[in-house]
Design a protein. Structure first.
Length: 340
């Protein structure tokens, strides 16, 4: 591309594979982590000293960021999804075989009995191929290390879809609860103003007390330690009062922000349910972990740990995957002037 557009040839310092193939894995990785495609130019990412013969990557606070420097060709949200996938694959040691795709649940399923991750195994039955996940201890070392419990990708997809439907209902209930909190807060605005005024008066008295303690400490140097303890106590109270004032002043903003974040989660769930397709990005944005445990009767307990704290929920299924019982507890934060 350089030769075609700019008349430049690839320098001889590049590896042979780079001269032969433009799109190597490093090239693709560098594109995926480059913010320029969102319109943001970042300079001073590294430093090279020709005198000291050193090279280092700089910290984010040392870099120079230029927002909206060029027209964006992807959204910020899409770029952040890519960073999430890259970091999760690195943290969870997600790998794939040569010329093999990465399976969606790789690195997400944990065996509760031995603590090892599940690995993906391809099975072919009556001409149809399916993917199963098995405990790595059992798969590699046999039943003496862990029980041979397995779960199919198709089953996990079905359970996740059912869980997302339940989560959507809980998220909507949470969204309505937050909306009610916003209304309650607005109706109590006059009381809030009174509380803020009282806290500001208390803050002024505490600051005056601190000045007095400082003067006494200068006069009475022999009891400096006692005055230091008094100062420390007053500073903690001042910090607490300031936090309370900020909480009162920003509560409506915070509540509306939480409401907007909840709406984003609901929209994401709607998009997944409407498409009927679970992508790797969707799973890693929603799921923290899947925990699998085999009971003494051979039945599996599958626990989905979601990243959003909508509720705690449990479904029991029979052999034909029908729900025979359910239990749930909604997680709703009630906020008033006492806990602001």
């Amino acid at each position: 591309m350089q030769l075609e557009v700019m008349g430049k040839s690839i320098p001889n310092t590049c590896p042979e594979i780079s001269r032969k193939y433009i799109w190597i894995n490093t090239t693709v990785k560098n594109i995926l982590i480059n913010e320029i495609y969102t319109g943001t130019l970042v300079n001073h990412k590294s430093e090279t000293s020709s005198i000291n013969k050193t090279f280092r990557f700089t910290q984010s606070e040392e870099q120079y960021r230029h927002e909206n420097h060029v027209p964006a060709i992807i959204t910020r949200e899409l770029w952040e999804q890519a960073q999430l996938l890259l970091s999760e694959r690195n943290e969870r040691a997600v790998r794939a075989g040569h010329n093999q795709r990465i399976h969606r649940y790789s690195g997400l399923i944990l065996c509760q009995q031995c603590g090892r991750k599940f690995v993906a195994i391809k099975r072919t039955w009556q001409g149809k191929e399916r993917v199963e996940y098995a405990c790595n201890s059992n798969h590699r070392y046999g039943a003496e290390y862990c029980t041979p419990h397995r779960v199919s990708e198709e089953l996990l997809d079905r359970l996740i879809i059912e869980e997302l439907k339940s989560l959507k209902k809980s998220a909507e209930e949470n969204w309505n609860a937050i909306a009610k909190s916003v209304q309650n807060w607005a109706s109590k605005q006059s009381n809030v103003d009174v509380q803020i005024k009282r806290l500001q008066e208390r803050l002024a008295r505490l600051e005056e007390d601190v000045e007095g303690i400082l003067l006494e400490r200068i006069r009475d140097k022999g009891n400096a330690v006692r005055y230091d303890r008094m100062l420390e106590k007053h500073e903690k109270e001042i910090l607490l009062v300031k936090e309370q004032i900020t909480g009162y002043q920003n509560m409506e903003i915070v509540l509306n922000k939480k409401r907007a974040e909840m709406k984003t989660s609901i929209d994401l769930i709607d998009d997944i349910l409407d498409s009927g397709n679970l992508s790797e990005a969707n799973l890693r944005m929603l799921l923290q972990e899947i925990r699998v445990n085999e009971n003494s009767d051979g039945k599996l307990d599958i626990e989905f740990c979601m990243k959003a704290a909508f509720r705690t929920h449990c479904d029991w299924y029979n052999e034909v995957m029908e729900v025979i019982d359910s239990a749930s507890e909604l997680i709703v934060g009630s906020i008033d002037e006492e806990t602001a």
